[in-house]
Design a protein around this ligand. Structure first.
Ligand SMILES: NC(=O)c1ccc[n+]([C@@H]2O[C@H](COP(=O)([O-])OP(=O)(O)OC[C@H]3O[C@@H](n4cnc5c(N)ncnc54)[C@H](OP(=O)(O)O)[C@@H]3O)[C@@H](O)[C@H]2O)c1
Length: 250
């Protein structure tokens, strides 16, 4: 991989697993100094850091719950302590509870909204503050369900549709500060989370693959390549966009 992110410092939230881990590894390979954020799983986060370092990159793991303003502040403060600045924020940390309407509780609503939506907004707020005069890039991870919700994704899809709109509003607010804000909307992707939800293997997977014109499930590397582009100067005139990375799935 060419070192398109040389001299950039990137925070990837929820990078101990799945898509976030894929993006963190690709950023490390592209020359960025990477902060591998996680909520609970220090062991997996450290494995991602080790992978980046073993391949000649620089990375550290920082625990922080993105739904907490105090922990977001600490995440950015510790990043600046380690690497002096922040150029790129990937708001990837997310949870997806597949719950039909009759089973939705206040807890389902709060947990999805707090992590997926509030976490994204708090991260962007702090990033805009610290990116300051040199500008930067914010990448929000949405989903195909933001435009095409499936049964059981009601709450999750609502948070992702909100993220699409947050991106558009932020691009307008932060453009004058030279901060670009874009959304990546992955289709079904093989991750620890998608295994945990039971999407992989069996009938579910077959049904999901049938919706993908290119005929396969995505891998974190498929999403990471686009995240490298959006963080890089190649995307210097790209902001407010939603890029679906889903093998043609709509
Ligand atoms: N996989 C898919 O098919 C798919 C499709 C479309 C969109 N997406 C989106 O892509 C993103 C990643 O999905 P994934 O499948 O890779 O997830 P995953 O395998 O379940 O991993 C989730 C990651 O988020 C972290 N996390 C969860 N809550 C957090 C919090 N409050 N603060 C900080 N970190 C937190 C987890 O940390 P710990 O390990 O420490 O708990 C973990 O690193 C999500 O936004 C998801 O909505 C996924």
């Amino acid at each position: 991989m060419t070192r398109k992110l040389e001299n950039k410092v990137a925070i990837v939230t929820g990078a101990s697993k799945g898509i976030g881990a894929g993006i963190a590894k690709a950023y490390g390979a592209a020359g960025a100094k990477v902060v591998v954020n996680y909520a609970k799983d220090h062991v997996r986060a450290q494995k991602v850091v080790d992978h980046i370092v073993e391949n000649g990159g620089e990375a550290i793991a920082i625990q922080a719950d993105v739904s907490s303003p105090a922990e977001i502040d600490r995440l950015f403060a510790d990043t600046i302590k380690a690497f002096n600045k922040v150029d790129v924020l990937v708001n990837n940390a997310g949870i997806y509870d597949i719950v039909m309407l009759e089973d939705i509780t206040l807890d389902t609503l709060h947990s999805n909204i707090n992590t997926n939506l509030i976490g994204t907004i708090l991260g962007a707020k702090k990033a805009a503050e610290v990116m300051g005069p040199h500008g930067g890039a914010i990448i929000n991870i949405s989903s195909t369900v933001s435009l095409n919700p499936l049964p059981g994704t009601l709450v999750y899809a609502a948070t992702k549709a909100a993220i699409d709109n947050v991106t558009k509003a932020l691009a307008k607010e932060l453009g004058p500060k030279d901060i670009r804000v874009n959304t990546i909307s992955p289709g079904i992707t093989e991750t620890e989370g998608s295994h945990e939800q039971g999407f992989m293997g069996g009938d579910w997977e077959a049904q999901l693959v049938a919706q993908v014109p290119m005929g396969r499930i995505g891998q974190p590397e498929d999403i990471a390549k686009v995240a490298v582009f959006l963080a890089s100067d190649d995307a210097g005139w790209v902001t407010g966009e939603r890029i679906q990375v889903a093998g043609g799935q709509i």
